[in-house]
Design a protein around this ligand. Structure first.
Ligand SMILES: *Cc1c(COP(=O)(O)O)cnc(C)c1O
Length: 382
């Protein structure tokens, strides 16, 4: 019997049946009141999630489109931006900024390190940069960067701060307004457990001001087109929206808020702790700075003599559990377990069992059941 595979990679994440049903429902026409209500509800829920009074715009694109929109809308060719790079997504933000001919000053870290706000402060002072582009959750290493402190040093230097919170919004505490984030970019397919295809950005008043003079080329991703269309008495999209995906996202947000946002975040913390204690109980080492903050994804060092890529491949082939391999310099050395989105305790246990069986089949010495027992201990306390 072929059971569906379970994704335990950091996105896309498992999708609840309510979301599939909403996505498979007849389309509401995108001009007029039906879609207006849908757009209003989704943007209001996203604002709640972002903890913001700022405008939120939504694009039919992957998360990367949202990142590109921030670069296109905030800056002009030749502007200097500071981009800390401590993993794959730091590199991506730097590549986007270079594609728009910005003067990109990277701060290069060994992958797995957390960004040090003092480095950002110094680089801002040295360069007089106009902006900082950074991730909250660097998904390639699992590490959570200290966005609150980075935003503070950016503000003090008079720079804009754009934060990629694609894999953290909804899973990890994030405060758009209290931290002063100018552009906060996220997507549908991670902690919110909707399907891939929608990106969103929360845009501060300072970001709107920068938008007015920013010369970078843009059309589809021009934030102001969305702002104008959303302001109609029945809000609209400037172009044909991804109506089915929006219907799915509405269902996903309703589920997310069913128990309140704090409850959803506590669940992420609990599941993260269960995974981490589980893998430690197998004698494995966690990878990256401050793993206790990494509520979205857990990076684990592949043990001596075991190739992380092979482990991931076998786990999928033999047990239908999809883990994520290491990227870039971590290829083969690290594997990653995603626990953001629509997971419950038994999903985590299933993943840990699959990991135990796979490691055992690869000759790694372990005590059967150790990871599950450690996870059960976490759940019985939590
Ligand atoms: C998933 C992810 C993205 C977006 O990737 P897409 O494939 O374009 O959706 C961006 N940043 C981070 C940190 C991510 O985890």
């Amino acid at each position: 019997m072929d059971r569906p595979e379970i994704i335990m990679a950091p996105g896309p994440t498992p999708v609840p049946p309510e979301v599939y049903l909403a996505q498979g429902s007849p389309l509401v026409y995108h001009r007029g009141p039906g879609y207006g209500d849908l757009l209003r509800e989704v943007t209001e829920d996203l604002k709640r999630l972002y903890k913001t009074k700022n405008d939120v715009v939504i694009f039919a694109s992957s998360g990367t489109g949202g990142l590109e929109s921030a670069v296109a809308n905030l800056f002009s060719p030749g502007d200097t931006v500071v981009v800390p790079v401590a993993g794959f997504f730091g590199e991506r933000f730097a590549k986007i900024a270079r594609a728009y001919r910005l003067d990109v000053r990277t701060i290069d870290y060994e992958w797995g390190r957390a960004v040090d706000p003092a480095d950002v402060e110094k680089t801002l002072a040295d360069t007089g940069a106009r902006g900082v582009l950074v991730q909250q959750s660097e998904t390639s290493t699992g590490v959570i960067h200290p966005v609150e402190d980075i935003a503070r040093v950016a503000k003090q230097a008079g720079a804009l701060i754009a934060v990629d919170c694609v894999s953290s919004l909804g899973a990890v505490p994030f405060e758009t307004d209290a931290w002063g984030v100018d552009a906060a970019i996220s997507g549908s397919q991670k902690a919110l457990s909707a399907t891939p295809g929608l990106a969103f950005v929360a845009i501060s008043p300072a970001a709107w001001e920068a938008n007015e003079t920013a010369q970078n080329p843009r059309f589809y991703f021009d934030w102001s087109l969305y702002k104008t269309a959303y302001a109609l008495s029945s809000p609209e999209n400037p172009f044909t929206p991804a109506i089915s995906l929006m219907q799915g996202l509405r269902a996903a947000l309703r589920l997310y808020f069913q128990d309140g946002p704090d409850r959803a975040q506590r669940r992420h913390e609990l599941l993260s702790r269960a995974v981490k204690n589980g893998v430690r109980a197998l004698g494995l080492d966690l990878f990256g700075d401050h793993p206790e903050l990494a509520w979205a994804v857990t990076a684990v060092r592949a043990p001596e003599g075991i190739d992380g890529d092979e482990l991931v491949a076998r786990c999928r082939r033999d047990h239908g559990v999809i883990l994520a391999p290491g990227q870039g310099p971590l290829k083969g050395k690290v594997f990653r377990i995603g626990h953001l989105g629509y997971y419950d305790r038994l999903d985590i246990m299933r993943g840990l069992v699959a990991l135990e069986l796979t490691l055992e089949s690869m000759g790694y010495p372990l005590k059967r059941g150790a990871a599950v027992a450690a996870a059960e201990d976490v759940f019985s306390q939590g």
